[in-house]
Structures are given as structure tokens and as C-alpha cells.
Design a binder for this molecule. Structure first.
Ligand code: GLU
Length: 324
């Protein structure tokens, strides 16, 4: 009996190798954003790719809906999650110890790769006639719950426009998944969402009976923001993706990139396998959500400011995407 067991184990080791027989699967949790955003379905798309190879990779990936970028950075640093979607501006600030992390650089933060571009989007009720950032004075504006990326971008935009957020704006801080409904119900006049297009939240708001309009950010304001912060770039909201919105032309604003981050505590082989799986299937990933259609292996290496995780760097070198 004993001999047979040892025989089976020896055979198994010979066939599969040590790791695969003995190692328990590695669980990887990815922090995303609200369910009506783009992070959450993107996390689902990535985990679908990785989990198809669960036995080969000995990995199990799960996706969690979270507060957003700021929450994800903090959860990564606490070891609560192994991967997280983080706006490029917040990746930069967290690693350097700026903004939310003033004086507290998050030195364990590591970049894996970038995904889709995100536009700082302001959606308003058309009956409020908000034609500019200045027109939001005196209005009830959801700048986003603590933990979201949009809350940081809205604060930055109002400061740059010389608007006192505490005195001039009636600030709300609700979750992105609730914002569309609150705009429709008349409980808010406008909301911020830093997000890829098209997305479920804006579609939901546009489909309601209350007419909605995007608020443009003037070229002058965009210029000021881009000049002051290296991570901001001009962006446009494509109105054709939202039939029924009252704007007739694409709406100018500023934007960032969504990126996938991890921690230096996550093992190299785990990050390597996930990076490889994603990069070898960019074509498929592009089909899994319309906001991901623009992805290329090249643009997925842009917008990263924290050091690359060694597992990601290993794959990029192997694939000839970066130099040794
Ligand atoms: N950019 C948003 C944030 O960081 C999330 C957008 C999304 O979920 O697609 O909070």
C-alpha cells in the first residue's frame, strides 16, 4: 500500500514536475471599480483569459468591485489585493508621495501595463443649462466618493478654475454606480466620472427621461492642467457613443490612462504569467469591451510611472517590447 502510494507520487512527479503536483493554486484578486464603469468588466475580461489557463498556470483570478483607483492603491499596499486598476495620474502621485499620499510615497507600488484611455467626464442635467466649469457654481455636483479617481480630478479641476469647492459647489460624494440614477431623480445636477467610453453609467443616464448634456472643459483650462501636471492630456468625449445626449459635437476635456498595478510583494512568476496571457491575447481583449478596442501592445506600455514589476519586465524583454 505504502509502496504503491510512493510509486504513484514518483510517477506523478516525473510526469508533472514538482511544482504542479505539490503547489496549491495561487489566488489573485484584482480590485476594479463600480459595476457600471469600465474597470469592472475589464477585470472580468482579464480574469476570463487567465482562468481559461487555470490548470497550466496554477492560478485562480477573481475580480472585485471596489471604490476605484485610490482605494485600489491602498488595498494593494495593505496586501488586500494582488492587482488593481489605477489611473495613471494616481499611480504617479502614489509612487512619488504626492496628492492623497503627500509625504508618504508608496514605494511598493509596481506597474504591470496600461489599458484604455479615460476622459474626465462631467455629465449634467440639460435643464440646468451648465455650459462650462464655471456654470457649476451653486449646483449640486457629485465629485465622486472617497477612493475614486474622479474625486481627485474634480478637486484638481475646480482648484485650477479658481472655484472654491467648499463654498461655491454643493458637493456630493456618491458611488459611481448610483450617480446616473441620482441625476435622473433630480437629486444631483451633475456628476464627475473619470472613465473609458462607452460605459454603462453614462448609457444609463442618457437613457432616462431627464435630458442630459456633457459639460466641456475649455481649452484654456485644459492647457493649464496639462502644463502643471505631466500625467494629464487633452481628451475628447465621443458623443456618437451616446445617442440621445444633447451635445452635437465631441466634448473637449482632459484625461488619463487606466493602468494595471501590483505590489513588489507579489511573486514574479504570477505577474509574468498574467502579463504574458494578456499580451498574447490583446486581439481577444479588444473584443471583450468596446472601450478596449484601441489597445495595442505598444500603447499598453505607455502611461506607467511606478517601476515595472520584474515579472512584467521579464515578459516585455522576452517579447522584445522593451530593451534589456
Ligand atoms: N477611473 C475611475 C476611478 O479610478 C474608475 C473608472 C471605472 O471604473 O471604469 O475611480
Amino acid at each position: 500500500m505504502k509502496r504503491t502510494a510512493i510509486g504513484v507520487l514518483t510517477l506523478a512527479l516525473a510526469v508533472f514536475g514538482f511544482g504542479e503536483v505539490l503547489a496549491a493554486p495561487q489566488y489573485v484578486t484584482m480590485g476594479t471599480g463600480g459595476v457600471t464603469g469600465v474597470y469592472y468588466p475589464t477585470g472580468g475580461a482579464i480574469s476570463k483569459l487567465v482562468n481559461q489557463k487555470r490548470n497550466e498556470y496554477n492560478l485562480r483570478m477573481t475580480v472585485e468591485s471596489t471604490g476605484g483607483s485610490v482605494f485600489n492603491v491602498n488595498a494593494l499596499m495593505n496586501g488586500d489585493i494582488e492587482m488593481g486598476v489605477v489611473q495613471s495620474d494616481l499611480q504617479y502621485q502614489a509612487y512619488k508621495g504626492l496628492g492623497e499620499w503627500e509625504g508618504k510615497p508608496q514605494t511598493k507600488l509596481r506597474a504591470m501595463f496600461a489599458i484604455h484611455p479615460e476622459a474626465v467626464t462631467i455629465l449634467s442635467a440639460a435643464d440646468k443649462n451648465i455650459k462650462s466649469v464655471a456654470d457649476m457654481k451653486g449646483k449640486i455636483v457629485n465629485i465622486g466618493a472617497p477612493g475614486t479617481g474622479q474625486r481627485v480630478n474634480a478637486t484638481d479641476l475646480f482648484a485650477t478654475a479658481g472655484i472654491d469647492i467648499d463654498k461655491d459647489i454643493k458637493v456630493e460624494g456618491i458611488k459611481p454606480a448610483e450617480a446616473a440614477g441620482m441625476l435622473q431623480d433630480g437629486r444631483i445636477d451633475a456628476y464627475f466620472y473619470t472613465v473609458g467610453h462607452p460605459n454603462g453609467s453614462i448609457k444609463e443616464a442618457v437613457a432616462g427621461t431627464r435630458k442630459v448634456a456633457f459639460v466641456p472643459v475649455s481649452a484654456e483650462l485644459v492647457q493649464k492642467l496639462v502644463a502643471a501636471q505631466p500625467y494629464y492630456a487633452p481628451a475628447d468625449i465621443p458623443v456618437a457613443q451616446y445617442p440621445g445626449v444633447t451635445n452635437t459635437e465631441n466634448v473637449p476635456t482632459f484625461g488619463v490612462k487606466a493602468t494595471i498595478c501590483t505590489s513588489s510583494d507579489v511573486p514574479e512568476d504570477v505577474v509574468y504569467k498574467i502579463t504574458k496571457e494578456v499580451f498574447e491575447n490583446v486581439e481577444e481583449l479588444r473584443k471583450l469591451h468596446p472601450a478596449l478596442e484601441v489597445l495595442t501592445q505598444e500603447n499598453m506600455l505607455q502611461g506607467l510611472s511606478a517601476p515595472l514589476h520584474p515579472g512584467a519586465a521579464k515578459y516585455f524583454k522576452e517579447a522584445g517590447l522593451i530593451k534589456e
